[in-house]
Design a protein around this ligand. Structure first.
Ligand code: GLY
Length: 438
């Protein structure tokens, strides 16, 4: 079977590794990711946003199936385009991808279909009406552009925005400048709790959930500093998290199942990966947002421990007959190494040296992200450089292996040493206990 993977980063590298085990891999990426290049039978360097070019290349390779890594080509309609050429896709159509690309659509779906885990919110295209909502809203508030902003558009009043006045200014900027492509804004209740991710494969009707993971969006240790694409993540041996029990996990999956039923009714079947970002609040799980793709870094917590053939699962996604998959009962820890200055001004074009042999010998795996291979050298871009991942009998064991492996990467990079440490996990547990007790 010939499978095309579209995308350039660590998420796509781990997808490629899973595909490569059971199929011939072809890849389409915007920069030469050394990990993907090594695994691919053939690869093409070009923008994933040029849909006609991707389609032409896919046809010339004669691929049977395509897996779409990032969200932007999904928003552009890459799946619709490839399907027109008879290529089955793991990834939703442009209409179904609105679950991620249009937050107003997503929130309305919850209301119209009575899906649990929703929040109080309003959508506004009028600056004055939005201002009145801000004045009258009696809870803490989050301001979100409606469309994609690469994780940079969401601002919390009292944290990123000083007060209501500041919030109104930001709302005006979003509406007037069509930030994220929409002249409208979502204003919603701020959720308080612990965040976690559940990723699932979806075949249009069935949702096949994977182990939960927790990402670390802040740049610096102790959850300090600016928000990034994610500095690392961990998962536990039983598929749950130290602060997330079976009931909360199942309640979250139910929200995802109800969402998929609603999407089918509204815009047609959703086939691909669904990423649920949840907040465990004192009254249970609430949905923060959906992504229409694997998480980055969270894909690196689930795919390396998948025992069932990923290719078989992808085939089931497109055939509509997904059943269960099994995962090794291992904990995982992923730590991202990122260029100095990231996320504001990550140092680009500096050479990094990665001793893959020593990393593998230490028991860890390397997944390359936003780097570029030229001849035999690897250069940084301004974004995350590579993820190191380790699996273990406990989170502590995986963390220790992962941390040791960071010594075998040289370059102007930094990482969060605290991801997956006992101290940080204890902080998460205590936060949840305090919330439940209050
Ligand atoms: N971990 C954040 C994301 O994948 O969007």
């Amino acid at each position: 079977m010939k499978i095309l993977v579209v995308g350039t980063g660590a998420r796509e590298h781990v997808i490629c590794q899973a595909v490569h085990q059971d199929a011939e891999l072809y890849s389409y990426m915007s920069k030469q990711n050394p990990g993907i290049a090594k695994l691919s039978k053939e690869f093409h360097i070009g923008s994933e946003m040029e849909l006609e070019a991707v389609k032409k290349q896919a046809i010339s390779w004669g691929v049977d199936l395509a897996i779409i890594g990032p969200e932007s080509p999904l928003e552009e309609g890459i799946v619709d385009s490839l399907q027109e050429a008879g290529i089955a896709c793991v990834g939703p159509t442009q209409a179904a991808a609105r679950i991620e690309t249009d937050k107003a659509f997503m929130r309305k779906l919850f209301v119209d279909h009575h899906i649990g885990g929703s929040v109080a919110y309003g959508v506004f295209g009028d600056v004055e009406e939005a201002g009145n909502f801000i004045d009258e809203f009696d809870r803490e508030l989050v301001v979100k552009p409606v469309g994609l902003t690469g994780g940079k558009g969401v601002k919390i009043v009292g944290e990123h925005l000083k007060d209501g006045k500041d919030a109104k200014k930001y709302v005006k900027e979003i509406i007037n400048n069509k930030i994220s492509g929409h002249a409208s804004v979502v204003l919603e209740e701020r959720l308080v709790g612990e965040e976690y991710t559940i990723q699932a494969l979806v075949d249009g009707s069935h949702v096949m959930p994977m182990p939960a993971a927790q990402d670390h969006p802040h740049a610096y240790e102790g959850d300090q500093g600016p928000i990034t694409g994610g500095m690392g993540s961990y998962s536990d041996t039983n598929g749950l998290l130290p602060f997330l029990d079976e009931k909360a996990y199942q309640d979250s999956v139910k929200i995802m199942e109800d969402t998929i039923k609603a999407v089918k009714k509204e815009v047609g079947p959703y086939q691909g990966v669904l990423y649920g970002q949840f907040m465990l609040c004192s009254d249970g799980p609430r949905l923060v947002e959906y992504n229409a793709r694997f998480g980055d870094p969270e894909a690196m917590n689930v795919l390396p421990i998948l025992k069932t053939s990923f290719v078989e699962l992808c085939q089931r996604v497109v055939d509509g007959n997904l059943t269960k998959a099994s995962f090794e009962p291992k904990a995982t820890v992923c730590k991202y190494l990122v260029p100095t200055g990231y996320p504001e001004s990550g140092k680009a074009n500096s050479i990094i040296k990665v001793d893959e042999e020593k990393i593998n010998k230490a028991g860890a795996m390397v997944y390359y992200a936003a780097v570029n291979q030229k001849n035999d050298q690897i250069f940084t871009s301004s974004s995350r450089a590579l993820g190191l991942v380790a699996a273990g009998e406990t989170i502590a064991e995986a963390e220790e292996i992962c941390e040791k492996a960071t010594a075998y990467v040289d370059g102007d990079l930094y990482h969060r040493r605290d991801v997956g440490t006992a101290e940080l996990i204890q902080k998460r547990i205590k936060h949840m206990e305090d919330l439940l007790a209050s």
